[in-house]
Write a protein that binds this ligand. Structure first.
Ligand code: FEO
Length: 183
C-alpha cells in the first residue's frame, strides 16, 4: 500500500532541500578549514559549530519526509566554492549563502500553498523563522567585520574579532523573542 502523503513535486523539492542543507554544512566546514589555516581559530570554531546546525536542518527535513510516508533520496553534495579571499569576503559569502537558502525555503512554502499541503506548510514555518535567525546571524558577522575595518581590517582588529567569535553563540536572538525584561 502506498503511504506517501507528499506530491511528487513536493518530495523532489524537500529532497533537494536536504541536499542543500548538507551543502551548507560543507560550505561552513570549508570556510572553517580556511579560517583555521589562516590562524583564525575563533572564527573557525564558530563556523565549525554552525556547520553542525546545518546538518541538524538536513536531518529535520529528512525525518519529515519519512514521517509523511515517503522515501528520501540521498544525493551527491556539490563541492563548496573556492576559499574566501579574506575575512570580509568570508562573511559576505556566509551572508549570500543564507539569503540563497531563504529563497529555497520560500519556494517550498510557495509550493505547499499551491498544493494546499498544509502539513508541509506548517512544517516549513519553523524554517521560515530559522532563516530570519540565520540571516540575522550573518548580518551580525558583517557588522563585526565592518567595525573591524571591512576588507582593510588590520591584524589587531582581526585578532580581537577572532577572539570575540571563539565563544560567540552560533544562533541569533529574534525580534519576536525579545521582551522588555529580556532585551
Ligand atoms: Fe540551514 Fe543556514 O540555514
Amino acid at each position: 500500500m502506498d503511504t506517501n502523503r507528499l506530491s511528487e513535486k513536493m518530495l523532489a523539492a524537500l529532497n533537494s532541500q536536504v541536499t542543500k542543507e548538507a551543502h551548507a554544512a560543507q560550505i561552513y566546514i570549508s570556510y572553517a578549514s580556511w579560517a583555521n589555516d589562516q590562524g583564525y581559530d575563533g572564527i573557525a570554531n564558530f563556523l565549525f559549530r554552525h556547520a553542525q546546525e546545518e546538518r541538524n536542518h538536513m536531518m529535520k527535513i529528512l525525518e519529515y519526509i519519512l514521517q509523511r510516508g515517503a522515501k528520501p533520496k540521498i544525493e551527491a553534495i556539490p563541492a563548496p566554492d573556492a576559499d574566501p579571499a579574506n575575512v570580509n569576503d568570508c562573511f559576505e559569502k556566509v551572508y549570500k549563502q543564507e539569503i540563497d537558502n531563504t529563497r529555497a525555503i520560500y519556494n517550498i512554502v510557495n509550493l505547499s500553498m499551491e498544493e494546499k499541503d498544509w502539513a508541509t506548510w506548517n512544517f516549513m514555518q519553523w524554517f521560515v523563522k530559522e532563516q530570519v535567525e540565520e540571516e540575522t546571524l550573518a548580518m551580525n558577522l558583517l557588522d563585526k567585520i565592518k567595525v573591524a575595518g571591512g576588507k582593510d581590517a588590520k591584524s589587531d582588529a582581526l585578532y580581537m574579532l577572532d577572539k570575540d567569535l571563539e565563544g560567540a553563540p552560533d544562533d541569533a536572538k529574534l525580534a519576536q523573542d525579545v521582551t522588555a525584561t529580556n532585551p
